[in-house]
Design a binder for this molecule. Structure first.
Ligand code: GTP
Ligand code: MG
Length: 616
C-alpha cells in the first residue's frame, strides 16, 4: 500500500504547533516513539479538501537547525531526512507566533531555505492584536515567497484556509516549491528577520514595542535563564547584605530589654522565664524579620511587574522534564516564602497526579522559616570572604542550599512520577501579562500582611514552644557543678534522640534543638539560644553570643550536616496540616513525612562523612 504524503508541523517552541496539529487532525492521532531516543512522535491523519489523505506529524519545537537538545536533534534529522523511523516530509507547515515574529522568522527562513514546499501559519494573531500589534500577512508572503495563513489555533480560526492551502501544496505538479537558498550566517538571518517583521507590521503601539523588547531578553533561550539566575542571585545577596543594619537594631533592642528586666527584677524563676525563655526565644526568631521581608519584597515586586509568569514560562521545559506542568511553578515559587500558601496554590493544577506531586515536593523549596537557621549557621561557620568582587562566600553557600532544595525537589518529582504518582503530564497554559511598574501601595500591603503572619507566629507558636522548652530545660534543677541542660528533662530526651542522630554527626545540642523544631523550623535557633542562655548563667562566664557558642561546640562537618538536614527535613506542623486538608486524609502527609525524614537523614549523613573525610 502506498504511504500518504507526509506533512510536518515545525516551528519554535510554544508557537502553537500542537494546538494547530490538534485542530487539523482532531481525534485521529497516534503517539509513538522515535527509535533510540525518548522523544515522542505525534502523528495524525488529515483529509485534504480533494479527499486525498496526508499524514501530519507534530515535530518538537526548535530554535534553529543546530540542535541543542535531543528534541531539537530529532526535528533537524527529520527535516534533513536523516531520522531513522521517519520519511523526509513532502511539505512543511511552519508555525510562527505573530507576537514574536522577529524571533520566529529566523528559524522560518532557515526552514524555507531547505527547499521543501512550505505554508506558514501565522498563529496567535489574537494575542498580537490584543497587545496592540497588527500585521500584514501579504507582505510576509510576498517577501518570503511562500503562502502565509493567519490562524488562531485555539479558536480554530484559519484552519480551513490552512487546509485549502495545503491541498494546493502537497503532491500537485503546480506546488510552489520555495527555492533552496544558501543558508546565511545567523547574524544576517537575524537582521533580515527583524527587517521583515518591521515591513510586515501595519501598526504597533509604543507599549507593545517596549514590552516586546523586554520579552526578547527575558524569554530568550540563552539570556532568559541567565537573567533569571542573576535576579535570584541578587535577591539572595540582598537578603544578607541589606538586612545587616536592621538586624543589629533588633538585637540591640532585645539586649536592652533583657538588661532592663534584669535590673528591675530579682534573680529567680520569673526572671529566668522572661529573659532566658520569652525574650531569648522570641528575640532569636524576630531578628530574621528583615531578611524575610527582603525576600518577600523581591517576590512581590517580581510578581507585580509581570516578570514572574515569564520565569514560569522559562521553567516550563525544565518542569516538563521532571513530569510536572508549568503550572506547578507558581505554587513552588510561593513555597520559597512558605509551603502553606504554596500547597494551597496547587488548586489551580487540574491534573490530580500533577497536583499531588507538586504538593509532595513543595516542602523542599527553601521556605523563609529555614532562613534563620541557615543564616546563623552560615554566619558562624562560613567565612565572610569575597570570592570575586560582589560575590561573597556566604551568599554562595546560601544559594547552594536553595539549589540543593530545588534539585532535591526535581529528583523527587522525577521518582514520584515514575512510581506513586505515575501518569501523563499535562501541558502548559499561561498567558503573559503585561509588564508594569509595581505599585508601591500593593507591595507595601503585601509586605505588611507577610510581616503580620510572621509576627503572629513569633508571638504565638514560637513563643509558646520556647516557653515549654525553657521549662523542660530548667527542670529538674541540676545540683551545683552539673550542667543544667544535661540534667533537665529536655536534656534527657535529647540524650535518647542523640543515639539516633549521632551517626550523622549531630551532637547533643542539635538533638535538643530538633525536639521543638518539629513544630516549626525557626524554633531550632531559638532552642539552641535558650539552651545556651540557661547554661550561661551556670558557668557565669558572662554572656557569650550564640555564634561564639556554636563555634566553640560544633565542628564544621556537623554544621554542614545540620544545614543539609534542614534542606530536607519536614519539620513544620502547619505544612503537614495543610497537606492533610488538601489531600483529604492522612495517607499523603504520612508518606511526605516518611520520605522527607529518610532523605534528610541520608543526606545529612553523607554530608557529614564526606566533610569529615575531606578533613574539614
Ligand atoms: N491565544 C492563543 N493561544 C494559543 C494559540 N495557539 C496556541 N495557543 C496556546 O499556546 C500554548 C502553546 O501551544 P502549543 O500548541 O503547545 O505549542 P507548541 O508549538 O506545540 O509547543 P512545543 O511543543 O513546546 O514546541 C498553549 O497554551 C496553547 O493553548 C492561539 O492562536 N491563540
Ligand atoms: Mg507541541
Amino acid at each position: 500500500m502506498e504511504m500518504p504524503p507526509l506533512v510536518a508541523m515545525v516551528g519554535n517552541p510554544n508557537a502553537g504547533k500542537s494546538a494547530l496539529f490538534n485542530a487539523l487532525t482532531g481525534a485521529r492521532q497516534k503517539v509513538g516513539n522515535y527509535p533510540g531516543v525518548t522523544v515522542e512522535r505525534h502523528s495524525g491523519r488529515l483529509a485534504l479538501d480533494d479527499g486525498r489523505p496526508v499524514e501530519l506529524v507534530d515535530l518538537p519545537g526548535a530554535y534553529s537547525l543546530e540542535p541543542s537538545s535531543p528534541d531539537e536533534r530529532v526535528t533537524r534529522d527529520v527535516l534533513l531526512g536523516a531520522q531513522s523511523g521517519e520519511r523526509r516530509p513532502d511539505a512543511l507547515v511552519v508555525v510562527l507566533d505573530a507576537a514574536n515574529l522577529d524571533n520566529h522568522l529566523r528559524f522560518a527562513m532557515q526552514l524555507i531555505a531547505l527547499g521543501l514546499p512550505v505554508v506558514i501559519a501565522l498563529n496567535m494573531v489574537d494575542l498580537a492584536e490584543r497587545d496592540g500589534l497588527v500585521l500584514d500577512p501579504t507582505v510576509l508572503a510576498r517577501e518570503l515567497g511562500v503562502p502565509v495563513v493567519p490562524t488562531v489555533a485555539v479558536r480554530r480560526r484559519g484552519i480551513d484556509t490552512l487546509r485549502a492551502t495545503l491541498t494546493g501544496l502537497v503532491g500537485t505538479a503546480a506546488a510552489p516549491t520555495a527555492p533552496a537558498a544558501p543558508v546565511e550566517d545567523i547574524r544576517t538571518l537575524q537582521r533580515r528577520a527583524r527587517a521583515l517583521s518591521k515591513a510586515a507590521t501595519v501598526s504597533e503601539t509604543p507599549t507593545r514595542r517596549w514590552h516586546h523588547a523586554l520579552d526578547s531578553v527575558a524569554l530568550h533561550p540563552v539570556f532568559g535563564p541567565i537573567l533569571l539566575v542573576a535576579l535570584l542571585f541578587v535577591m539572595f545577596q540582598a537578603v544578607f547584605s541589606w538586612s545587616e543594619a536592621p538586624i543589629g537594631w533588633i538585637e540591640d533592642g532585645f539586649t536592652a530589654l533583657e538588661a532592663a528586666l534584669k535590673g528591675m527584677m530579682p534573680d529567680g524563676f520569673l526572671r529566668s522565664l522572661l529573659t532566658d525563655g520569652v525574650i531569648a526565644g522570641v528575640g532569636a526568631v524576630l531578628v530574621f524579620l528583615p531578611q524575610i521581608l527582603i525576600l518577600f519584597l523581591f517576590i512581590l515586586v517580581l510578581e507585580a511587574s509581570g516578570y514572574m509568569v515569564r520565569a514560569a514560562f522559562l521553567m516550563d521545559r525544565m518542569m516538563a522534564g521532571v513530569g510536572l506542568s508549568g503550572r506547578a511553578f507558581i505554587p513552588l515559587l510561593s513555597s520559597f516564602a512558605c509551603a502553606v500558601p504554596g500547597i494551597m496554590a496547587t488548586r489551580t493544577i487540574e491534573d490530580e497526579k500533577d497536583r499531588l506531586t507538586t504538593i509532595l515536593i513543595a516542602p523542599l523549596m527553601t521556605c523563609s522559616a529555614r532562613l534563620p537557621v541557615y543564616t546563623i549557621i552560615i554566619g558562624a561557620f562560613i567565612p565572610a570572604r569575597q570570592v570575586v568582587p560582589f560575590v561573597g562566600l556566604q551568599g554562595l553557600v546560601l544559594l547552594g542550599l536553595y539549589l540543593m532544595g530545588i534539585v532535591g525537589a526535581f529528583v523527587a518529582a522525577l521518582l514520584l512520577r515514575r512510581t506513586v504518582t505515575k501518569g501523563e503530564s499535562s501541558g502548559f497554559m499561561m498567558e503573559m501579562p503585561k509588564y508594569q511598574l509595581p505599585r508601591l501601595h500593593d507591595v507595601a500591603i503585601g509586605l505588611w500582611s507577610r510581616a503580620a503572619i510572621f509576627l503572629k507566629r513569633a508571638g504565638t507558636t514560637i513563643a509558646l514552644t520556647t516557653v515549654v522548652l525553657w521549662a523542660l530545660l530548667s527542670f529538674p534543677q541540676a545540683p551545683a557543678g552539673q550542667s543544667q541542660v544535661e540534667y533537665s528533662v529536655a536534656g534527657r530526651i535529647a540524650s535518647g534522640l542523640e543515639v539516633i542522630v549521632r551517626p550523622i554527626g549531630f551532637n547533643h545540642d542539635i538533638a535538643l534543638a530538633l525536639i521543638p523544631a518539629m513544630a516549626a523550623r525557626e524554633v531550632a535557633v531559638a532552642a539552641i539560644g535558650t539552651a545556651y542562655a540557661i547554661d550561661d548563667t551556670e558557668d557565669a562566664s558572662g554572656a557569650k553570643s550564640l555564634v561564639d557558642h556554636l563555634r566553640g561546640r560544633w565542628s564544621l562537618p556537623t554544621a554542614l550536616a545540620f544545614l543539609m538536614w534542614f534542606v530536607f527535613a519536614p519539620q513544620c506542623i502547619s505544612t503537614i496540616a495543610v497537606t492533610r486538608r488538601e489531600t483529604n486524609g492522612w495517607r499523603w502527609p504520612v508518606f511526605m513525612l516518611a520520605y522527607l525524614f529518610v532523605t534528610a537523614y541520608v543526606m545529612a549523613g553523607i554530608t557529614f562523612w564526606l566533610a569529615t573525610f575531606a578533613g574539614l
